[in-house]
Design a protein around this ligand. Structure first.
Ligand SMILES: Nc1nc2c(c(=O)[nH]1)N[C@H]1C(S)=C(S)[C@@H](COP(=O)(O)O)O[C@H]1N2
Ligand SMILES: [Mo]
Length: 305
């Protein structure tokens, strides 16, 4: 897997911020090499879209997960996701594209530029983290396939392989897990396909080898271990919206003013803050309002939740 980012450093799990900043500086050069270019002085250490909030520790990000294909407990994915085979891997891109077909993970990676994006991540269950993803803009992949005139939505599907994902032997989600975005949301530069965390290959429990990250939406929109992407002119099925449409809307933008029918969305618990830590206020569009509010101009966000 020559194209996948490999680091020789063994990152410590809990890192003081100064060390972490050095790590970021290191990663700039490493990322540039991984992308096949010479480390240019102008290359930013991290994207302008990145938050400067303290990222969660590696152990927090990789041991407290939602990935129901491996069970519904928060520690189930870390325990069971090793069973997943991620090589070979390919993504079928079909529907309203000029170049439909099966794109191998290697071919995708050799065509994409990997950047670091430190994003807030807010689960609909009201916990949150700050995660230093490595990945590429989804727009670059969609442009590689050539989006056709008239396409309005992008549909995504996770792998269905119950022999490796034991949770798929239970039927509470109509497998495979599915998600969808409006085309303008999918093409937004904040929307990435994550392939790494802290400069290492993304662990299976976080959605290896590539998963969506849409930082202004609740975490369940960020579908993991993607094998299929379809450009369409109809609003696609999204698993949680399909299961409980009154609780999980198609948009699922983070919104502190629209509560879940069973709990408040006004505040959140930052994972790792300790049991006595105060909850922090949840921000409109998870703090990405300046970047994305215009996508929803004129829409009633209570109705289109
Ligand atoms: N295929 C698939 N993708 C998924 C899920 C899932 O169960 N299956 N859970 C979602 C939910 S609810 C959240 S909060 C995030 C969790 O991502 P993380 O474990 O990397 O933090 O993944 C999302 N993507
Ligand atoms: Mo979630």
């Amino acid at each position: 897997m020559a194209h996948r980012f490999k680091s020789d450093l063994s990152w410590s799990d809990v890192t003081p911020e100064t060390v972490y900043l050095n790590r970021r500086a290191f990663m700039t050069g490493a990322t540039a090499l991984a992308a096949g270019s010479i480390a240019a002085p102008g290359l930013a250490a991290t994207s302008a879209f990145s938050t400067d909030e303290e990222p969660n520790a590696w152990d927090e990000i990789t041991q407290y997960n939602n990935f129901y294909e491996f069970g519904t407990g928060k520690s189930d994915p870390a325990e069971y996701a090793d069973a997943l085979t991620t090589t070979p891997w390919a993504v079928e891109i079909d529907g309203m594209v000029d170049k439909p077909g099966s794109y191998s993970f290697e071919d995708i990676m050799s065509a994409m530029t990997i950047e670091e994006r430190i994003y807030r991540f807010r689960c609909v269950e009201a916990w949150s983290m700050v995660i230093p993803w490595n990945g590429f803009e989804l727009a670059d992949l969609l442009n590689m396939a050539g989006v056709q005139e008239g396409a309005k939505y992008v549909a995504f599907e996770t792998l269905y392989r119950p022999e490796e994902m034991w949770g798929q032997k239970r039927n509470f989600i109509p497998w495979p897990y599915r998600e969808g975005l409006r085309l303008d949301e999918a093409m937004h530069p904040l929307t990435i396909m994550a392939t790494g965390i802290y400069g290492k290959d993304i662990p299976n429990q976080n959605g290896a080898p590539l998963r969506l990250v849409v930082p202004w939406k609740y975490g369940f929109k960020s579908i993991k271990s993607i094998v299929k992407i379809t450009l369409t002119d109809e609003q696609p099925v999204a698993s949680w919206n399909q299961i409980a449409p009154h609780e999980y809307g198609f948009y699922s933008n983070v919104n502190p003013e629209v509560d879940h029918p069973r709990w408040s969305q006004a505040s959140e618990r930052r994972v790792g803050g300790g049991l006595l830590a105060k909850r922090i206020p949840t921000l409109m569009f998870n703090g990405y309002e300046a970047e994305v509010a215009s996508l929803y101009e004129g829409m009633d966000l209570t109705e289109n939740f």
